[in-house]
Design a protein. Structure first.
Length: 368
């Protein structure tokens, strides 16, 4: 039986949804009250294509929040445990957001657009309300709003070549986690060297629907020589690469140390951020669980919620958070929160998949 999604103001498409349907999208999921495409062909075909060619993804669900005003830098720093005191215009920073208890709110990129203007992406409604709540309590002089921006990701080893053909040679001078403005058809686009894959690529932040659709269509006009195809964030590829997905691999009940964000937690400088004192205590005590990779002897799995992992004596030793079949390893790979006494690489466990126990082993992230 087919399941259909009814669209409404509560569940929006994106400017590119009609184009995706034209290109044969097979399924969507919902993120940030918006439609995120999940399949065009098969996960295996899309995985292999991403690793060898180039894809364009509609990731407009990555909503973006702007923070503007004289207190904007103080507010943004309060939200993250990463030290932004030496941040530069033209750079974007991977920065875990934490609450007063030290729990992870989200893990966006933070763009420094101007001296008192920041953009936070990915930013769902929780992040918007989080920022507004802090600003209200602190009486900060800031303006906080969701930017009218829809993002296209161009990912894969041929991404540089197709981007150069559209935006010029200068695009390939852009370094990882840097951004600049480039022109197509007399419209300027903020483009960052970033993306939710390990294959390299760019993210194009569009703020004009007409121009965005012209750009999207032009990619396919010239895309044949690069074997361009529409795609989506690829589940097995991002798991292998150790790219974490908030809400799946981690949530507010996990702290940055448990998620492997140690290098983004600055407890040595005098920067002020929420949860600092609790994170100091957590570091002193040491963590009792952390995210690690796993390999499971199965060809398929469905992880709609955490699945307990058991040792050979039936003791729970972890929880599987994300998993997918990997064409590279010819088995399921995943990301799991593992208890401290089970951190040894290659240690064996078992897990119940559809009523049958299968074996697996612990590994590091990224999975190689």
């Amino acid at each position: 039986m087919k399941t259909f999604i009814t669209r409404s103001r509560r569940l929006r498409g994106t400017p590119f949804t009609s184009r995706l349907e034209k290109h044969g999208v097979k399924s969507f999921t919902v993120y940030n009250h918006m439609l995120l495409p999940t399949t065009f062909s098969t996960p295996e075909e899309e995985y292999n294509h991403l690793k060898n060619h180039v894809q364009i993804w509609d990731v407009s669900v990555q909503r973006e929040i702007e923070v503007i005003g004289k207190d904007s830098s103080e507010l943004v720093q309060l939200m993250t445990c990463r030290n932004l005191s030496k941040s530069k215009i033209g750079s974007c920073y991977y920065a875990p957001l934490v609450d007063s208890e030290g729990g992870v709110i989200n893990d966006p990129l933070i763009y420094k657009l101007e001296e008192n203007r920041w953009r936070i992406c990915i930013a769902d409604s929780d992040v918007l309300l989080f920022a507004k709540g802090i600003a209200s309590v602190k009486n900060f002089k800031v303006n906080i709003f969701e930017a009218k921006v829809d993002t296209l990701a161009v990912q894969g080893p041929k991404s540089g070549k197709i981007m150069e053909k559209i935006f010029g040679k200068e695009i390939n001078n852009l370094k990882f986690f840097k951004f600049d403005y480039f022109t197509f058809n007399k419209r300027k686009y903020l483009i960052s060297r970033s993306g939710f894959s390990k294959q390299g690529g760019f993210e194009i932040h569009t703020d004009n629907i007409e121009g965005a659709l012209e750009l999207y269509d032009y990619f396919f006009e010239i895309g044949k020589e690069f074997n361009l195809k529409p795609g989506t964030p690829n589940h097995p590829e991002r798991i292998e690469g150790g790219l974490l997905s908030y809400g799946s691999d981690m949530d507010i009940f996990d702290n940055p140390f448990e998620c492997g964000f140690d290098k983004y937690v600055d407890l040595n400088s005098d920067i002020v951020f929420l949860g600092r004192e609790n994170l100091i205590k957590i570091k002193e005590k040491g963590i009792k669980k952390k995210l690690m990779g796993v390999k499971i002897e199965s060809k398929s799995i469905d992880v709609s919620q955490g699945i307990p992992m058991l040792d050979l004596k039936e003791n729970e030793v972890g929880q599987l958070r994300s998993a997918a079949y990997s064409p590279k390893f010819n088995k399921v790979v995943g990301i799991a929160m593992i208890e401290k006494n089970f951190w040894e690489v290659a240690k064996k466990f078992k897990i119940n998949i559809d009523g049958n126990f299968v074996s697996g082993e612990i590994c590091n992230l990224p999975i190689v």
